[in-house]
Design a protein around this ligand. Structure first.
Ligand SMILES: NC(=O)c1ccc[n+]([C@@H]2O[C@H](COP(=O)([O-])OP(=O)(O)OC[C@H]3O[C@@H](n4cnc5c(N)ncnc54)[C@H](O)[C@@H]3O)[C@@H](O)[C@H]2O)c1
Ligand SMILES: [Zn+2]
Length: 374
């Protein structure tokens, strides 16, 4: 029975690991822990919201197999991804006697995963690390690939390390308690994989996106699996982002500028900004006559079917000159040029190394009131 879960292997040599996916896949955790943890005790890092819904069943499952779950539950939200909290997590691990051969389980969204991974990498120069992502975004993106970080006052993710987990378990049944907005935000990252290099998957999303959003078990599991395969493939080729891994930033240069312009307020969460950013990237590709304009519309349709906004909120704090200045800072522009991820169409993205920011600004100006704008 345990072997029946779909599994994606991330083939990183002696650091290779499995992503086990499916409705109820958490049941696989105790068996897998047998080869990962020396002691019958694990350290579970989580946030208060996730703990409220899901900690007791996790602790019971571990208990049935003889594992004690020591846990630390932190406030939910991006504010927890801080250097101060990292210190708190390390203090807790030291106080509770964690050894290098023990396992820290990050049980939560990307915030807990990024913080937990960094803490695990530092604890006694690297203790075992397992990701049990509980948001759709974390299941398809942040739990895979080994990027860990906390934020600094000067910017997001400035303090971090590459540290791969030994196992990821994406139990899609945990998503049933996730707010709709968070689900849509994760869905935007799923669509991203189709646009990057998988037109067939994009077609599948055109038909099955509503089933994914309705949490139909087989549809979500398929979407998570294809997304993880896609991310695993790209990460394996370029673990530390010197080349092809940059494609994963599709929609993110525009998206980060929108988030920064909005001062990271939660009326525009990351996935929403990425959705708008992807439309901008494709529309800009169309302006350069690289991509057909019907592909821009196809992207808008898929995102809007999931309830995501796609229009560029043109004025005020989002004015083109402000966004371009933020893009310049984000990418450390040289000679007024920045690298952008553009596409020749759905499934055909590429690195465009020298986008001219004055042209991008003119594009943003004309993009206001675009077909997808609301
Ligand atoms: N490491 C990477 O490669 C990578 C990639 C993308 C994003 N990230 C990071 O991930 C973070 C965003 O992750 P996120 O969107 O998962 O945010 P998050 O961890 O803040 O979770 C979003 C909200 O959902 C709640 N939540 C989580 N699981 C739930 C569940 N099952 N039911 C109900 N509520 C639940 C959380 O308590 C939180 O309030 C950012 O810090 C971002 O920088 C990292
Ligand atoms: Zn993202």
């Amino acid at each position: 029975m345990s072997a029946s879960w779909p599994c994606v292997r991330v083939p990183l040599g002696d650091r290779a690991y499995d992503i086990v996916i499916g409705h109820g896949a958490l049941a696989e955790l105790p068996r897998r822990l047998g080869s990962l943890a020396k002691r019958k005790c694990v350290y579970v890092l989580t946030d208060e919201t996730v703990a409220r819904f899901h900690f007791n069943p996790l602790a019971a499952l571990l208990g049935q197999h003889g594992y004690a779950a020591l846990h630390l539950s932190l406030p939910a939200g991006e504010g927890t991804k801080s250097f101060e909290t990292l210190g708190r997590v390390l203090d807790w691990l030291i106080r509770e006697g964690a050894e290098r051969s023990d396992v820290l389980i990050a049980f939560g969204g990307g915030v807990i995963g990024d913080l937990g991974g960094l803490a695990a990498s530092l604890m006694k120069r690297g203790m075992g690390f397992v990701q049990v992502p509980t948001t759709l975004l974390a299941q398809v993106d942040s739990s895979v690939g080994g990027k860990t970080a906390v934020n600094a006052p000067a910017g997001k993710n400035l303090i971090g390390a590459f540290y791969q987990p030994k196992l990821v378990i994406a139990d899609t049944s945990l998503l049933s308690t996730l707010p709709r907005l968070q689900l849509a935000a994760g869905y935007a990252e799923i669509v991203k994989y189709g646009v990057i290099n998988n037109a067939g998957f994009f077609d599948w999303l055109e038909k099955n996106g509503p089933r994914v959003m309705a949490l139909d078990a087989d549809s979500v599991a398929h979407a998570v699996k294809v997304s993880c395969q896609s991310k695993a493939g790209i990460v394996t080729e370029d673990e530390t982002e010197t080349g092809v891994r940059q494609l994963l930033n599709l929609g993110h240069t525009f998206g980060h500028a929108l988030e920064a312009a909005n001062q990271y307020r939660d009326d525009l969460v990351h996935g929403e900004a990425v959705a708008i950013g992807m439309v901008m990237a494709l529309a800009y590709s169309a302006r350069l006559r690289l991509a057909p304009s019907q592909d821009v519309q196809a992207l808008i349709n898929v995102l809007e079917a999931a309830g995501l906004r796609t229009g560029y909120p043109g004025g005020g704090r989002f004015a083109p000159d402000i966004l371009v200045r933020l893009m310049k800072d984000d990418k450390k522009a040289r000679g007024g040029k920045v690298p952008l991820i553009l596409a020749r169409g759905i499934g055909e993205s590429f690195i465009y190394p020298d986008a001219d920011l004055s042209d991008v600004e003119a594009f943003l100006d004309s993009h206001r009131g675009h077909a997808g704008a609301k």
